[in-house]
Design a protein around this ligand. Sequence first.
Ligand code: ADQ
Length: 469
Amino acid sequence: MSRLIVVSNRVSAPTDPSAGSAGGLAMALSAALRKYDGLWFGWSGNTTPVWKPEAQIEDRAGVTVALVDLEPQDVDEYYNGYANKTLWPLFHHRVDLSAYERSFGEGYERTNDRFAEALAPLIQPDDLIWIHDYHMIPLARDLRRRGIKNRIGFFLHTPWPVRQLLVTLPYHRRLVESLFDFDLLGFHTREWLDLFRDYVASEPGIHGRLLPNDALMAFGKTVQTGVFPIGIDVDAFVEARNSALGIRTYDRMAASAAFRSMIVGVDRLDYSKGLEQRLLGYEQFLKDKPEQRGKVFLLQVTPLSRDDVDAYQDIRSRLDSLAGHVNGTYGDVDWQPVRYLNRTYRRDQLAGIYRAARVGLVTPLRDGMNLVAKEYVAAQDPEDPGVLILSRFAGAAEEMTEALLINPFSREEISDALSRALAMPLAERKDRWQALMQVVRDSDVALWRDMFVATLQAIPTGGAKPVPE
Ligand code: ADQ
């Protein structure tokens, strides 16, 4: 059995897995690393005045982690710069927010090369290497240059952008070319994979070819690709809902709702999540349905993220003001239409909150998958489930077709879906929930992980493969 090496920008293996704060992905990858006796490599989150290529090795609850510190310039140019100010907005179709500064690209290349320098000595000949996300696209190329011939897989947690927008990125071709040093590329949905294939097949000068079974050929190399929809740890989430704290939180929410219907939103504070559109759609609903005023409220739980980036500070102040506007305009002495909180909760508390909500409102403008939609479904009471309203632009919409699918750019569609969800009869709610719960079970995070690892393992040879003559 090969060892598994997981590589991601931040290593989220929990120090105490029973603390209830680690997400399903962190738990699933940690479990695999215990099973395959592997290690998890990434940035420590700390800075150092001078780069040192020796990773610090630690044990975290039975998982070996290997961490490197970065120089402050690397953090500015690679992490805050190219990853969060260039690729993230571009991959979410926000070209207006993408910063194309040459120093960011240089920092991205330099830092990935540093990761390769620190990681290469830790690799043994039979190891499977699984690299995660847009921060590390050039890493396979940098490892190959150091003679690493192992099988290397890549999973993209974000959408892949349409070609017409991707080509606004200087050196887009170089970025795509470096993906051909992997053996396997995984995407959440068929749509994101098809967009990648479209670039390879249509971009002038690349002469890419689509091969059978989703293999691709370009730049003198071939790569296997596949669709691997991520999910949550379903049993753990159901257990969290039924735990003492899950039930206590549910009771607390139910008491504080005081017979009002609760609509819930849970998202990192990010412009891709459609939070402004959600508040505007909810405002439209309060306008359209005056009889609902005082009978519903929206609980929006939104921890701050990437606060070092200007675009995140802008969206934060716009949301503060919009939440205040809706409350000021529609609220009453005994009713606050929006409860807007910038904090995180434990998994079991979140499960209790989701369960108490009559409607889960998930409105991203573009999202790789969206796990909140799956968590909301898993937390529902099977005898009296709530209704999921889901943006058709979330990757999750490809599978979760029994949700009320909406276009989040339309306030009217959000308003109409809220009316429909709140009036939905129990029988329809149950039918929809059962179908959705099946989807959530079929995409359990352990299945997703095992499918990716098995596919990578089945690829005949590691290393950059030349195109057959
Ligand atoms: P994210 O953009 O972070 O992930 P998402 O998939 O919704 O988006 O996951 C967010 C996670 O954070 C959920 O597990 C949620 O419970 C948790 N969370 C949010 N607010 C919280 C709060 N207040 N307290 C505690 N936990 C909170 C990226 C991609 C997604 C993709 C995932 C996984 O952008 O499209 O689904 O990776 O691949």
